[in-house]
Design a protein around this ligand. Structure first.
Ligand code: BT5
Length: 328
């Protein structure tokens, strides 16, 4: 874990779950002086954390700003590799562009780039991804599985399964569904989107940039007007504000697990999970590709993650890339 001393101190407090910690104990564990500890606490106070001193017991963390920084995420982390290198930004153009640079410089498998706000968030095909300050999870995970370029789309499905299962394990009041290829919808509205980009040579994948955008703590009017009727957030659906860092850690745990499962055992179990959590399969849909619009019943995905649609004339059509609408 590449935590700074200040973040290490913070992590001790976050893990103590509100119990006071003595300055001496911290100094001993971290191998620095009590004065140094006190200075770091001052810096943390300037960042919005609040500590009080309890006689004979030490310092107690009583308030923390709502941020998704490295210390906060790592206090929930239960992974072997993912999330051990976290690059946190208050503001960035796009975590995806930054990840691109880091990946080229050799960033390790499971490196995370995360920001409170994106000023140039990207969707697929040059579309805009709205990334309001402090409201969501705007992150890219650099992964380096040993796969061939044509397998990359399957990893996008791994990511969707990881996100939807993380939501299901943490929240009770709604059921998220995957909409092919990679949107996560709640009650028919978009709560999350995934953008996968690949760094590859002819026959070898150097790395994948798994971009995940999740509307977490938005109220409806935190969305721009043009998407208010199609977007939702976890807080709106769960009816309470949620801890973004906890969700990030849960996603990283799943993403590591399912990527490893995929590399070791192939696509079969991922495909089953994807179909189980999908709100598309079995429904009548309208798919708009660059060339045409097709209507029919979504019957499944292939091993390449391609959507199969049963047309009214009995033909089965394969759709590689499209925007789909679910019909009633
Ligand atoms: C996606 O694109 O859904 C992929 C979004 C990926 C965003 C993440 S955030 C971290 C990382 N860094 C980036 O710069 N990007 C990734 P697509 O399927 O093309 O959907 C885009 C469309 O969704 C837009 O045209 C809008 O209609 C709608 N949209 C934009 N922002 C939204 C939001 N916050 N919530 C719901 N819908 C939104």
């Amino acid at each position: 874990m590449n935590l700074s001393m200040k973040d290490k101190i913070l992590q001790h407090f976050l893990q103590s779950k509100g119990e006071p910690i003595s300055g001496q104990q911290l100094a001993d564990e971290l191998g620095i002086s009590r004065t140094a500890i006190w200075k770091h606490l001052q810096t943390l106070q300037e960042e919005g954390y609040k500590f009080i001193t309890i006689k004979k017991k030490g310092y107690q963390l009583v308030a923390a700003p709502d941020r998704v920084d490295a210390a906060k995420i790592s206090s929930f982390l239960k992974t072997k590799r993912f999330g051990y290198s976290i690059h946190y930004f208050e503001e960035i153009d796009s975590t995806q562009s930054y990840a691109q640079k880091l990946a080229r410089q050799g960033a390790e498998d499971g490196t995370v780039i995360i920001a409170e706000e994106q000023t140039g968030g990207k969707g697929r095909m040059q579309r805009i991804w709205h990334s309001a300050k402090g409201k969501g999870i705007w992150m890219t995970v650099i992964i380096r599985p040993n796969i061939l370029p044509h397998q990359a789309p399957q990893l996008t499905l791994v990511a969707a399964v990881s996100v939807v299962m993380a939501m299901k394990s943490l929240y009770q009041n709604f059921t998220p569904e995957i909409k092919w290829p990679n949107d996560i919808l709640i009650n028919g509205k978009k709560c999350a989107g995934i953008l996968t980009e690949m760094l590859a040579e002819m026959d070898r994948v150097d790395g994948l940039l798994i971009g995940i955008g999740i509307n977490t703590n938005h109220e409806l009017d935190d969305f721009p007007e043009d998407i208010q009727s199609i977007a939702t957030s976890i807080a709106i659906e769960e009816k309470k504000k949620v801890d973004r860092a906890e969700l990030v850690a849960e996603i990283l745990k799943n993403l590591e697990h399912f990527t490893d499962e995929y590399v070791e055992n192939g696509f079969t179990s991922i495909k089953t999970l994807w179909e189980e959590h999908s709100g598309t399969i079995g429904k009548r849909i309208k798919a708009s590709t660059i060339r045409e619009t097709i209507e029919g019943q979504a019957i499944g995905i292939t091993d390449e993650g391609v959507l199969e649609i049963l047309l009214d004339d009995g033909q089965v059509k394969k759709v590689y890339s499209a925007d789909i609408e679910i019909q009633n």
